[in-house]
Design a protein around this ligand. Structure first.
Ligand code: CA
Length: 229
């Protein structure tokens, strides 16, 4: 168990600590719930707002992390100003990120899951950042696993491990939707003795079909030709 994981066990569960703030967050959730087709809700893990320079832990089945359902044992949303052993565990985007290891747990089944609206037959690209750092022996190169539509877990490891801050590396995965709702689930892919599986800034975009892209290119050429004439 890592130092990071040990420290986080002492944190109070946020869901019982900040009712007023939760009410405020709920209002924001109302807006996000109507997210557009092909978008990831709360992909930057900015909700719920956790205490500055600290973190909040959410257990299995929880839907308190807006848009996501916690799977496995538990996970933590971390403030980007959280500091431990000289490392500032900064967010890649916004003020917060998520550690999928779960404090004091580190189970490979830990993660978060979301169903996104998709169009059957369309090609999508999911993009996300994996955060890594080095802290004594308990935090090292971090791995996030991704399963799309219940498919096999694919591992994404960021090998860059600074000692004073986190490095964030962008990864992408493409898939063709086979349903009007596609499940995306991120799991803790780090080894059990690693207290870090950092994830932030999950986004989804439609990749135009080759035919559509060619037509767009042709339109641009025709427009340019008209301008020259
Ligand atoms: Ca974020």
């Amino acid at each position: 168990m890592s130092v990071l994981a040990s420290a986080r066990r002492s944190s109070a569960n946020f869901t019982t600590a900040r009712p007023a703030m939760l009410a405020c967050v709920a209002a924001v959730i109302g807006g996000l719930a109507a997210s557009a087709h092909g978008t990831v809700t709360n992909g930057s893990f900015e909700l719920p707002v956790v205490p500055t320079s600290s973190f909040a832990t959410f257990t299995t089945g929880s839907t308190s992390i807006t848009g996501w359902t916690v799977v496995g044992d538990r996970v933590s949303v971390i403030s980007g100003t959280y500091v431990e052993s000289g490392i500032t565990f900064n967010a890649q985007s916004g003020a917060q990120w998520i550690d999928l290891t779960g404090p004091g747990s580190n189970q490979p089944s830990n993660g978060v899951s979301q169903n996104v609206a998709t169009t059957i037959g369309e090609l999508y690209r999911i993009s996300f950042y994996v955060g890594s750092a080095t802290e004594n022996s308990g935090v090292f190169a971090s791995t996030v696993d991704l399963s799309i539509a219940g498919g096999p877990r694919v591992s994404f490891t960021n090998p860059t491990t600074p000692r004073t801050t986190m490095d964030w590396q962008l990864f992408t995965a493409d898939f063709t939707a086979t349903s009007t709702l596609t499940n995306i689930t991120f799991f803790n892919g780090s080894s059990p003795n690693n207290g870090l599986s950092g994830l932030d800034n999950v986004t989804l975009q439609v990749i135009p079909a080759p035919g559509a892209a060619a037509l767009l290119g042709l339109s641009a050429l025709l427009a340019a030709g008209r301008r020259r004439r």
